[in-house]
Write a protein that binds this ligand. Structure first.
Ligand code: DLL
Length: 464
């Protein structure tokens, strides 16, 4: 599949892939499209999932006291898994379970078999630590290569990787995936934006990997420097690690002259490559069901929701050795769809993640996700697509201020500022339904991110 097959049927896609396999001069290990895995009929996916689920639950039960005790207290044994629905009998795993078992308590392999650790930044308490065996790293590389190919990447591409390297899974995840794809990876990491632009141009990158907010920052700096990245070789952006809107997709596509594809993942499950959009459809991320089971639950009751209903995504790993996860509550809000995709892949689609449970602001009773505000702002005249939401407590009420920025090429008169402020206020009220103050800032005043953007400054007193 990939860009060669854009808009074609699944069968045509397979043909294109066969051609790609035999291209001379490519590394013998270069990624090969696995039609058997990616276009498997649903009944076959479910048979495979049940077989792998039994093994994964057994791995957790045999090797992780935390899981064993929980199953024992329910009188549940791995052998009780007779059908996929039996998974719903098992309890959820929470981020706090990882913290409570810090650092290696949920590992199902001795530390000596763990070849890599990653960890969250730990801004709230202890970091969450995740570990991988050599086989896990290889599975991750396979799934990232599959995701990149799904996004339109091809063996032989130059892939410019601006995800941060280090404990964050973005950099190394994309790196190993690009190598497994058979591409030439530029391990740039985040930052040094001027240099990013020089190397994207000079090395002829076809694919850019970055958070969408950083991709936009790259576009902005390039425009300031008079470099037109739309004329570069860039064709595909593989963007993720933070919520972003359709409006933002159109904005980045227009400013970088590429097709922007959404990629999803989280450290606790794997890192990037848990799910990825296809270039053909750009309509939801294919969740790789041969390695994971996806459920959507009502975050309040924990009940499983029907296909198409919006709720919290819960993921169970099927093939992870070092850190098997059973019904992990991601906090991410989305919907699932098993509707057939134009690309021919049969794996479930995870619709755009609108935000996290814990990012949701409740302003005077109205639920507000930053991505909803983003969708309003992007595209409004004279407003740049950079913003922050400031939440304060005024008396007993929460109060929202939206900080926006003027585009660079306007004269920032007082009159223009008040017209922009009024227009933003009006659109937020009528589309999102919340009343907000609007502060209009100078171009460049809203902080830019090199990784995940900080969209909310919550100044409310912390509850103790
Ligand atoms: O952000 C992994 C990743 C790296 C994904 C690069 C894609 C690209 P964590 O740092 O553990 O891992 O953060 C995971 O980020 O639970 C979501 O809340 C959010 N997130 C990740 N991808 C998306 C996306 C990486 N495409 C958390 N859309 C997840 C919305 C996303 N949110």
């Amino acid at each position: 599949m990939g860009t060669q097959t854009r808009g074609r049927s699944g069968t045509a896609a397979k043909k294109a892939v066969v051609t790609r396999k035999s291209t001379p001069g490519r590394a013998a290990s270069a990624y090969k499209f696995d039609a058997a895995a990616e276009t498997m009929p649903r009944a076959e996916i479910e048979r495979l999932q049940l077989r792998r689920l039994k093994a994964s639950v057994k791995n957790a039960c045999d090797n992780v006291p935390f899981h064993r005790q929980r199953m024992k207290s329910l009188g549940f044994e791995p052998g009780d898994l007779k059908q996929l629905d039996d998974l719903a009998r098992l309890p959820f795993t929470l981020k706090s379970d990882l913290r409570d078992n810090y650092p290696f308590g949920l590992f199902a392999r001795p530390r000596t078999e763990v070849v890599r650790l990653h960890a969250s930044s730990g801004t709230t308490g202890k970091p969450t630590v995740v570990g991988y065996t050599a086989k896990d790293i290889s599975t991750w590389a396979d799934l990232m290569a599959r995701s990149m190919a799904c996004a339109g990447g091809r063996p032989g591409d130059v892939i410019h990787n601006a995800y941060g390297y280090g404990l964050f899974t973005g950099g190394l995840g994309a790196h190993y995936g690009a190598e497994r794809l058979g591409a030439t990876v530029v391990p740039m990491s985040g930052g040094s934006t001027e240099r990013q632009i020089v190397l994207i141009t000079d090395f002829g990158a076809r694919v850019l990997c970055a958070t969408p907010s950083y991709a936009l920052a790259i576009a902005e700096v390039a425009e300031k420097e008079g470099v037109d990245l739309r004329k570069s070789k860039l064709e595909i952006g593989i963007f993720g690690a933070e919520p972003w809107s359709e409006a933002m997709r159109r904005e980045v596509e227009a400013r970088l002259g590429l097709k922007a594809v959404d990629i999803y993942g989280l450290s606790e499950i794997l890192g990037p490559g848990v799910a990825c959009e296809c270039a053909e459809g750009q309509a939801g991320l294919h969740g790789w069901e041969d390695h994971f089971i996806f459920e959507v639950i009502d975050p309040d009751t924990g009940k499983r929701l029907k296909e198409g209903e919006s709720g919290e995504l819960v993921i169970t790993t099927l093939t992870k050795e070092a850190l098997p996860m059973i019904r992990y509550r991601t906090r991410d809000i989305t919907r699932l769809s098993t509707e057939r995709c134009v690309c021919g892949r049969t794996h479930v689609r995870i619709k755009r993640i609108t935000g996290r449970n814990d990012d949701m602001l409740i302003i005077r009773g109205v639920n507000v996700y930053p991505s909803q505000i983003e969708a309003v702002l992007v595209g409004l005249p004279d407003v740049a697509p950079h913003y922050q939401l400031v939440v304060e407590r005024k008396g007993s009420m929460d109060h929202l201020t939206v900080e926006v920025e003027l585009v660079p090429n306007v004269v920032p008169t007082g009159e223009l500022r008040s017209i922009v402020a009024e227009s933003v206020r009006h659109h937020i009220k009528s589309i999102v339904g919340v009343t907000a103050d609007v502060v209009v800032k100078e171009p460049g005043e809203i902080p830019r991110s090199m990784g995940k953007a900080v969209r909310v400054r919550d100044l409310r007193p912390k509850l103790v």
